[in-house]
Design a protein around this ligand. Structure first.
Ligand SMILES: *Cc1c(COP(=O)(O)O)cnc(C)c1O
Length: 382
């Protein structure tokens, strides 16, 4: 172990309080107004946010819900997915993507990823389609949109729905003049406003996007126990409500989202330059690539040699790195009943062993970025 280490700048994994500082006065005014209004669930603030969000994403309808997870669940409930159905999901993603499928009694059918984008491999999706396939859930991992056009071409003619897991990608746009925003491309788009996401609430919140008026209407009912009028239920839904405080905060922050995403993109470009200047690329560190449209860098994820040792080294220097995600879902204990084994999805398994997320948020400073890169260089030089 290197005992001569010099003191480095600690770099926190997040800086949510600094982000709040930018909207403090507006948020506190709304908080006071909402508390005094006595109106604490759904209501006009939620409707205003839904309108602002659908306008921003360029889709017809947005429904505010309780979390990104619940947006996924609600999308599948609205499509009537359940026992006997199959839903194709990438194995390399956050747990919720597949967890929601299993919670409804349907079968998650895993597919491997494209090792360059970490997003689902459309060729494998085609191989896994059966007569039981009801939906595919592409995940726009780390903030880069999955390869949507070939995916839509592959599944549309089979009547299979596409539910975008856009939890990490709000504000990302497909390339080209016809390019759409993440979440507005498929049958449904699911957004998370978990505090660490690019647009973060101060608690749990999410949204369900769609261009289809009928699906939107059904999802709206399911958000409130399938109520059509007071105490009259035509469907079995749940409580997937968002509260006006989260909606008001998100409305304020949405106005700044493009600016914050642009800052993330600048930090990403600078990480790349610094890592190259330090002689880390490509021998020790492989940089993320922007392939499908605008990457909004929810995470800045590099691939590295001796990842676990580097992870420890960075933690010792108080640099907030993260591993997204260390275990692909086909190898999770709760999915053992699906009968998978190591080697089934080699690209995902390799990524799980090699990825490392560097600190990434709009407020990240140049000094902090320098410290991150110096710490990486120190590890490989010793
Ligand atoms: C965060 C996230 C979710 C779940 O969102 P919550 O709001 O935390 O429930 C789902 N999928 C992906 C890819 C995510 O990153």
């Amino acid at each position: 172990m290197d005992t001569t280490q010099t003191t480095t700048t600690p770099v926190p994994p997040l800086n949510l309080a600094a982000n709040f500082g930018q909207v403090r006065d507006e948020v506190l005014a709304e908080l006071t107004a909402i508390c005094e209004s006595g109106y604490y669930v759904l209501g006009p603030k939620v409707v205003a946010f839904e309108e602002a969000l659908s306008a921003y994403c360029g889709c017809n309808h947005a429904l505010g819900v309780s979390s990104g997870t619940d947006a996924l669940l609600l999308a599948m409930m609205t499509l009537g997915i359940g026992r006997g159905d199959e839903v194709i999901v990438p194995t390399f993603t956050f747990f919720a993507t597949a967890g929601c499928v299993a919670r409804l009694g349907a079968r998650p059918v895993f597919c491997d990823i494209d090792p360059e984008t970490y997003n689902l491999d459309v060729g494998q999706v085609e191989e896994k389609l059966t007569t039981r396939t009801k939906a595919v859930i592409p995940v726009h991992l780390y903030g880069q949109i999955a390869d949507m056009r070939p995916l839509l071409n592959a599944v549309n003619r089979h009547g299979v729905a596409v539910i975008e897991d856009a939890a990490q990608a709000i504000g990302a746009r497909e390339s080209g003049p016809e390019g759409k925003m993440a979440g507005a491309i498929g049958t449904f788009g699911c957004i998370s406003f978990y505090p660490t996401k690019n647009l973060g609430a101060i608690g749990d919140a999410g949204a369900l996007l769609t261009n289809d008026a009928k699906l939107h209407e059904k999802a709206t009912k399911l958000r409130l126990h399938g109520e059509t009028s007071r105490y009259r239920h035509t469907l079995v839904g749940g409580n997937f409500r968002i509260d006006p405080l989260q909606a008001a905060i998100l409305t304020i922050k949405l106005k700044r989202l493009d600016q914050w995403n642009e800052q993330r993109r600048r930090h990403a470009a600078r990480y790349g330059e610094l890592l190259e200047q330090a002689g880390m690329v490509p021998e020790h560190v492989r940089l993320p690539r922007e392939i499908n449209g605008t990457h909004v860098y929810h995470q800045y994820v590099v691939r590295v040699a001796r990842r676990d040792d580097l992870f420890k080294h960075m933690q010792e220097r108080k640099i907030g790195v993260g591993i997204y995600y260390p275990i692909p879902l086909h190898l999770q204990e709760c999915f053992a009943y699906l009968g998978h084994k190591p080697g089934d999805f080699p690209h995902a398994e390799k990524a799980a062993d090699e990825v490392l997320g560097l600190p990434m948020y709009p407020e990240l400073t140049e000094t902090q970025q320098d410290a991150v890169v110096e710490a990486i260089a120190a590890f490989y030089r010793r």
